[in-house]
Design a protein around this ligand. Structure first.
Ligand SMILES: Nc1ncnc2c1ncn2[C@@H]1O[C@H](COP(=O)(O)OP(=O)(O)OP(=O)(O)O)[C@@H](O)[C@H]1O
Length: 254
């Protein structure tokens, strides 16, 4: 069954059509990769899913509900969480506080309850902290929970963004170049982390230029070029597809 259905989405910026009539599905429980050359429209596609941009045409349906025109915070509440190509952490806050910010959408107590320190609020806060620590442990950052985000190594900041996304109880996690700036060992660990996220029953859609990661981690790959989908299929089929090789992969061994 498809968790996410994208149909004929189009988005233009002035005269430039960044995404042109793109359709694809993300099956529940799967790991799908979105690849293509620089400027192909990958991040724009993500922004159309997460409500950062509104599609000019087409539909985005998540768990049977249309996301078009929905505000980002509502989309997060429905179960779509993301990380960013250019890391967007609260640099002056601790790792733990960053993950708590990701949990915020699932905590109910309002400002008054927080100010009055009502018992329900205190209990909820404790539960949120426990959950945030679990997510830090899950991504391997348990030792760094009180470190400011800005003091974390680049690869650790990427993993912290993943922990923050997971804290929002997503059904779908969207990762924008999660291996960007990572060394080989960190990338290997990321492949393993992605598999463990899937094992939790969470569906994953990712953009990545590191083909060793894409081919190892993804079950299904969608290829964009100049805003259009030029291919989709299994890693094996994509690696052998002449159009994809010409547009993006080249003739090098991947
Ligand atoms: N907000 C915007 N305003 C104007 N043009 C934009 C905007 N966002 C993206 N574009 C343009 O749309 C095209 C697609 O960009 P997009 O970032 O989606 O590509 P991408 O496939 O994610 O590229 P990369 O791999 O380099 O991240 C590019 O030509 C880009 O310059």
């Amino acid at each position: 069954m498809s968790l996410l259905e994208i149909r004929d989405i189009t988005k233009s910026f002035g005269g430039l059509t960044a995404v042109n009539d793109v359709s694809f599905d993300v099956a529940e429980g799967s790991i799908v990769g979105l690849i293509g050359p620089n400027g192909a429209g990958k991040t724009t596609t993500f922004n159309l899913i997460t409500g950062n941009y509104r599609a000019d045409r087409g539909s985005v349906t998540f768990a049977g509900r249309s996301l078009v025109g929905m505000k980002t915070h509502r989309i997060v509440k429905l179960g779509v969480a993301r990380t960013f190509q250019n890391i967007r952490l609260f640099q002056q806050l601790s790792a733990l506080e960053n993950v708590l910010a990701g949990r915020h959408c699932r905590t109910g107590a309002g400002l008054l309850g927080a100010m009055l320190r009502l018992p329900g609020q205190v209990k909820e806060e404790r539960a949120a902290i426990a959950r945030a620590l679990e997510e830090l442990h899950f991504v391997g950052l348990q030792e760094r929970s009180l470190e400011l985000a800005k003091n974390l190594a680049y690869g650790d900041q990427r993993r912290l963004e993943i922990a923050r996304a997971l804290a929002s109880d997503p059904k779908l996690v969207i990762l924008d170049e999660p291996a960007g700036g990572m060394n080989e060992q960190e990338t290997d660990q990321l492949v393993e982390l992605i598999a463990r996220i899937k094992a939790r029953g969470i569906t994953i859609l990712l953009i990545e230029h590191d083909m060793s990661l894409v081919m190892r981690a993804c079950e299904h790959i969608v290829v964009l070029e100049y805003g259009e989908k030029i291919a989709e299929g299994s890693p094996k089929a994509i690696q052998a597809n002449p159009r994809v090789i010409e547009a993006y992969l080249g003739t090098e061994e991947v």
